[in-house]
Structures are given as C-alpha cells and as structure tokens.
Design a binder for this molecule. Structure first.
Ligand code: PLP
Length: 369
C-alpha cells in the first residue's frame, strides 16, 4: 500500500531525542520546548511562539486569548477541519460561515465582507491544502472593521504570501505538527504572535492558568495543552529540514501535475497564483463531470489498487454535531458541498518517491470511469 503520508526523519531527530533521554528532561519543562518555539517564530518572522499539544488546542487557546466569547461572531470557512468552528463554539462565541473557492479551496474577501455584522469580532483565516488565502483584502476588511484575525496556517508551514511567511499574519497564528503536517512531531501545535501579552496569556492558558507565585490558585480556567520536551526535540529537528522538505513537496506536486496532464477525468490543483506558488501540503484532486463516481467510490477503488487516498473536508454547516446545536440551519455553501462529494487527495508525504507517484497516477487512470 502506498501510504497517504509518511514522515521522514533524516535529520537530528534521533540525536535530540537521545539528549532528552540522557538528560532525563521529558516533560514540558525541558529545554527543547523553548528552542522549538524560537525556531518556528524565526521561520515565520514572529516575535513569540507558545508550543502546545496539538493544533486543535492551539485554536482553542487562540480564541480564548483574544477574548472571544458569548455574543461575538467569528467568520470562518465551512470547508475546513472541525477544529476551526469547534474552537469558536467551545468558547461560547458564534461561528459565521463562508463558502470556499472551487479552485483554491480558500475563503475570499467578497464573501467575508457580506457576513460582517455589528457583532463580528474576528475572522479565522484558514489556508487550505497548500495555497494561502488571498490575504490583502481580508486583512484590509479586518482593519477597517476593527476585527481580530486568527491565521490557521496548520497546512502551510514554509509557504509565503506575496513573499511574507504564512504564520506571520493576523493577531495570532497557529500551526499543527500532526504526523501528516510538513513539520511534525507526532502530535503538536503552536500559537504565534508579535504581542507579548497575548503570548503570555496563551502560555498561562496551556498550563491550567497557574498563578505565578501562587501555584494551585486559579483565577481562570485553562487547559493542560503542554508540549513535551520529547515532542519539541523531534519538532526542532524537523523544522531544521523545513526548506529541504518544502522543495520536495513542490517537486512532488510538479511530478503529479506532469503525470496527470491531459487526464480530464480529474481536475488537478493550481500550481501557482499571483501571490503564491503551491506548496502542495497534499495533492488535492476534484473529479470532473466526465467521471460519474463520487470521491468515496474512487477512494475505495484506489485502496483495492494499493493506493491510500483521503476524502476532502466535510463542511461545517452539514456536521451533525453543529446541526444538533441548532447552528447553520438552512444554510447552504454549494462549493464546499460539491468539493466534499467530488474531492480527495492523493498520497503526498515527503517520503513519496517518483515511482510511487507514477504508480498512484496509473491506478487513478484505471479506476476513474
Ligand atoms: C491539522 C489541522 C488542524 C488541527 O491540528 P491537530 O494538530 O490535528 O489538532 C487545524 N487546522 C487545520 C487547517 C489543519 O489542517
């Protein structure tokens, strides 16, 4: 089976992990946590980073650190991982959805502007599958309406928008270091900001909001979302390899595009826009009208051919959990719905070889009817 994603550990991972074991520092108190935070901040051009246990937790802390709560509306794309809308709901705030573009899979400023009301307090910008959102106009809207911006850059570490690194935009940004992300430490996440007060608040929130000097006394409820020294050790080693892995990702994307050129039963992703070159976190494809199958059917057929593919996101407005809460009643976002039915992504890990890519494309051409 060609896996959908497999991490590659060919840097300092082993060496740093050995340092953890030898020194006995395995908890979040160990020195790699701060080194990893500094490294990611440096990569993204941010002043500060706060490492946490996963990207979902990073979003929850980011929402809380910006004081978003009951009565506040936060604009967020329907086409994303559940973590985005969930972080808003869990804070007691209201997620307000926008649809995505069929070709870039990202939200756009026009739809965001239509959803701004007197209650809007923030925009959660999510970069999807490898191309960043077209940020200029969205950031301008936020400025004009005095809205906070959370940038979810989980999928695009190493990507840039008009030459400035993703993860460097908005009041806060977040990353995930889950196993399939471009920098990975198994499970992990980070919140970044240039505002020291916000980052101090994030650090408190990730650590149960212990009061300095009065441990075990709490004026606010936080989480235990700490990252361990072991995770940070692997994360740092991965971050050192980022530019190399970004090159590999882009090369993988180009190979897929070449292999699939002229194959009209699917639509390949855009290689570049005027603001960014695709980083191909994954290689997302959309089944065209010429083929009658759904993404689920193609994924099953690919599995029988030894290729592991994954479906696109399931839109937030259709999520049973949110519908049961009475959210998004009667709302439709046709592009998100279409992509959920017809989109899937092909094996895309950094460890993928050129011959793997050829085999995946051969299988794809066999199964699409
Ligand atoms: C992966 C991902 C997350 C969540 O990260 P976890 O570490 O898996 O919790 C959040 N947002 C986006 C866009 C992601 O792709």
């Amino acid at each position: 089976m060609i896996p959908v994603s497999s991490p590659v550990f060919n840097g300092n991972e082993k060496k740093y992990l050995e340092e953890c074991i030898t020194s006995g520092w395995i908890s979040s108190e160990g020195p790699f946590v701060e080194r990893f935070e500094k490294k990611i901040a440096e990569i993204t051009g941010r002043k500060f980073g706060a490492a946490v246990s996963n990207g979902t937790g990073a979003l929850e802390i980011a929402v809380k650190a910006l004081d978003l709560g009951p009565g506040d509306e936060v604009i967020v794309p329907s086409f994303s991982i559940v973590s985005c809308a969930a972080a808003i709901v869990k804070a007691g705030a209201t997620p307000v959805l926008v649809d995505c573009d069929l070709k870039t899979f990202n939200m756009n400023a026009r739809e965001v502007s239509q959803k701004i009301t007197p209650h809007t307090k923030a925009i959660m910008v999510v970069h999807t599958y490898g191309l960043p959102c077209d940020l200029d106009e969205i950031l301008m809207l936020a400025k004009n309406h005095k809205l906070k911006v959370i940038e979810d850059a989980a999928e695009v570490i190493g990507q840039s928008y008009k030459g400035k690194m993703c993860g460097g935009f908005g009041d806060v940004s977040i990353f995930s270091f889950y196993a399939n992300k471009i920098v990975s430490c198994g499970e992990g996440g980070m919140i970044l900001s240039n505002d020291e007060k916000i980052i101090d608040r994030c650090r408190s929130l990730r650590n149960l909001c212990f009061i300095p000097g009065r441990r075990f006394v709490h004026e606010e409820l936080g989480w235990n979302y700490r990252m361990t020294n072991l995770q940070a050790a692997v994360g740092l080693a991965q971050a050192e390899k980022l530019s190399e892995n970004v090159l590999k990702k882009r090369q993988m994307g180009k190979s897929y595009q070449t292999e699939l050129a002229g194959f009209t039963k699917i639509r390949s992703p855009i290689g570049k826009t005027e603001y960014a070159e695709n980083i191909f976190w994954v290689y997302p494809v959309v089944i065209s009208e010429e083929a009658s199958q759904t993404a689920d059917e193609v994924i099953t057929a690919l599995k029988a051919q030894g290729v592991d593919a994954r479906p696109f996101f399931y839109p937030a407005h259709l999520q049973p959990v949110f519908q049961k809460m009475g959210l998004f009643k009667g709302e439709t976002y046709p592009n998100s719905e279409f992509l959920a039915r017809k989109g899937f992504y092909l094996p895309s890990g950094v460890g993928l070889s050129e011959s793997d890519i050829k085999n995946v494309c051969r299988a794809l051409k066999t199964v699409l009817k």
